[in-house]
Design a protein around this ligand. Structure first.
Ligand code: SRM
Ligand code: SF4
Length: 571
């Protein structure tokens, strides 16, 4: 296709010489805190975003200063597993170069915010020295591969984690640009010397996301990913994976051609086939994804444009063999299990609730210090969950009391003694760092939850899990459209309110109110929560109840998301 018809980013990729662009020159120019626009796009493939502190914009504008530019760095943590040494290094770098906090993301990764340009190279180099990396944490490539951190099924989990790491390694870009730019690797002089065997020069049309789940837990939200593998365990043995394609969340307010979509399960593959299947699905998207319109370039639109059956046939053709028929499985929920649980190997695992995934110290809650002290003595590992929480995993019986003491000393003992509503909440970063946010999320959801908890108590629902998620814009980074209550930033202080998502993340929600003031949400949702407390059927979930009681109609597929919205929703 002629270059002029392609989306602008395609040209940037083609001209970049495998993601180099003029990044080296831009980093050396310290007369400005920013990078040129093309390099900002390329930097994403290296795991970093240029941002500016939006709280400071008015003041900087008033004083005619350049925006307060800094960089966000995303560290890939395939399967969400980090060693105590990696935790300690992450913690050190957060103090030395970032804003003193660590963000645990909704894709089991670490993020730093507030790194200034002159520290960018050193920070990325030191992340790599800690045996972690940032390549392909962002950009038009496969991102951090998520994996169920369920400690109940540790034998199967170990195998599944191994699978997800293999997928991650196999799909990591091959370009030597990353080593050259950040790790002082040998310089490649001509583009002929570099290569990308899977992606080619133009990489993918858009970001690509993979996850691996172990039923009955869907805590990695397979329905929101481009490609997912659902572990099938028969007679205690991992026999293979169901393959799901075409999930995604992002959309644009007011543009009904964009919509969130839940993935379709199209077949089954064996454990030996899984890496090959990932590669070939990526190649189908590489070859058939829309490169002319970035808003229509995700795998979910490729699946909808051609149909799941066509995708399956094309995939079988690329594979040279056929996927098997889908096997039975059941997902019960997409949340985390808090507190201590015993593993199969006699060790135990402690899941702690981290509000909004933000690891920081406050005057009343020195959580970051506590986790640092735990990392100093911990002999197991840390597992990041896709719900932005943390598991102190694989604690031996001998070590458990030492860890328990530290947990108590730093005030984390009751981290999970919160309402089940709060424990099942997720908020994206939003303000002040995210350049796309239209409203607050991480900084606002905790207080909104406090208001809703008053009604929850009144309804006697303190221990009843309801999933609730908030994002500052419609991009959906906290996967709000598959939660039972979703808030999506529309304008400062106002949110689209969605109800009716599936408790296991299996069904999209429906808009209940558009551009609704956050301060009136308790008034809006209070009566529904009370109605649910009184009139729900045995075992009925909040999302299902909202549909049965007629508050919203059911969304059956992505293309249906903007349909059948009640008139009063728009008032
Ligand atoms: Fe996201 C863009 C943060 C998970 C959909 N996301 C962004 C950016 C980089 C804003 C930007 O482009 O300038 C945000 C940086 C904010 C900041 O200051 O840190 C951002 N996304 C996040 C994180 C950190 C949210 C969090 O609070 O945890 C998550 C990082 C995950 C990771 O470790 O890789 C994060 N983003 C997601 C998810 C959830 C998921 O993947 O399971 C989604 C929805 C699923 C999907 O991809 O469809 C998601 N982010 C987006 C989109 C919309 C994409 C689309 O199809 O339209 C954008 C905007 C874009 O790509 O143009 C976006
Ligand atoms: Fe930013 Fe929007 Fe993602 Fe929130 S959902 S982090 S506001 S892009």
């Amino acid at each position: 296709m002629a270059e002029e018809k392609l989306a602008a980013n395609e040209g940037i990729k083609i001209r970049s010489n495998y993601l180099r662009g003029t990044i080296a020159e831009g980093l050396a120019d310290l007369s400005t805190g920013s990078m040129c626009e093309d390099d900002q796009q390329l930097l994403k493939f290296h795991g970093t975003y240029q941002q500016d502190d939006r709280d400071l914009r008015p003041m900087r504008r008033k004083h005619k200063l350049e925006k307060a530019y800094s960089f966000m760095i995303r560290i890939r943590v395939p399967g969400g597993v980090a060693t105590p040494e990696q935790w300690l290094e992450t913690d050190r770098l957060a103090t030395q170069f970032a804003n003193g906090t660590i963000k645990l993301t909704t894709r089991q990764a670490f993020q730093f915010h507030g790194i200034i340009k002159s520290n960018l190279k050193r920070t990325i180099a030191e992340i790599n020295q800690a045996a972690m990396d940032t390549i392909a944490a962002c950009g038009d490539v496969n991102r951090n591969v998520m994996c169920n951190p369920n400690p109940y099924l540790s034998d199967v989990h170990a195998q599944v984690l191994d699978v997800s790491q293999k997928i991650s390694d196999h799909l990591t870009p091959a370009t030597r640009a990353y080593h050259e730019l950040w790790l002082d690797g040998e310089k490649v002089e001509t583009s002929e010397e570099d290569f990308e065997p899977i992606y080619g020069k133009t990489y993918l049309p858009r970001k690509f996301k993979i996850t691996v789940a172990v039923p009955p837990s869907n805590d990695v939200d397979i329905y929101a990913n481009c490609l997912s593998f659902i572990a099938i365990v028969e007679a205690g043995e991992l026999v293979g994976f169901n393959v799901a394609v075409g999930g995604g969340m992002g959309m644009t307010h007011g543009d009904e051609k964009t919509y969130p979509r839940t993935a379709d399960i199209i077949g089954f593959c064996t454990v030996d086939q899984v890496v090959d299947v990932s590669e070939k699905v990526v190649m189908v998207q590489r070859d058939f994804g829309d490169r002319t319109e970035r808003k229509h370039a995700r795998m979910k639109y490729t699946v909808d444009d051609h149909g799941p059956e066509w995708i399956l046939n094309k995939l079988n053709e690329y594979l040279g063999y056929e996927l098997g028929p889908v096997r039975d499985f059941v997902f019960e929920d997409n949340g985390d299990r808090f507190g201590w649980v015993e593993g199969e190997n006699g060790n135990s695992h402690l899941t702690l609730f981290i509000q909004g995934g933000r690891v920081l110290d406050t005057d009343t809650y020195p959580m970051r210090t506590g986790l640092r002290e735990i990392a100093k003595v911990h002999e197991g590992d840390f597992r990041l969950t896709a719900n932005q929480n943390i598991i102190i995993a694989n604690v031996s019986p001998e070590k458990r009391s030492e860890i328990e003491k530290l947990v108590e000393q730093y005030g984390m003992k009751d981290s999970h003694e919160k309402s089940a509503l709060r424990l099942n909440s997720i908020a994206c970063v939003a303000l002040p760092t995210c350049g796309l946010s239209l409203a607050e999320a991480e900084r606002y959801l905790p207080s909104l939850l406090g208001e809703l908890e008053e009604v929850i108590e009144e309804a006697g629902l303190r221990h009843d899990a309801i999933t609730i998620r908030m994002t500052g814009c419609p991009n959906g980074c906290a996967r709000p459209y598959i939660s039972e209550i979703g808030f999506v930033g529309r304008s400062p202080g106002c949110y689209n309110v969605y109800l009716g998502g599936g408790f296991a993340g299996q069904r999209l929600s429906k808009m209940y109110r558009e551009n609704f003031p956050g301060e009136k949400v308790k008034e809006l949702l209070g009566p529904i929560i009370l109605d649910y407390g009184k009139n729900r059927n045995e075992g009925e979930r909040f999302g299902d109840f909202c549909i049965r009681a007629g508050y919203v109609s059911e969304t059956t597929e992505g293309k249906d998301f903007h349909k059948n919205i009640k008139e009063e929703a728009r008032v």
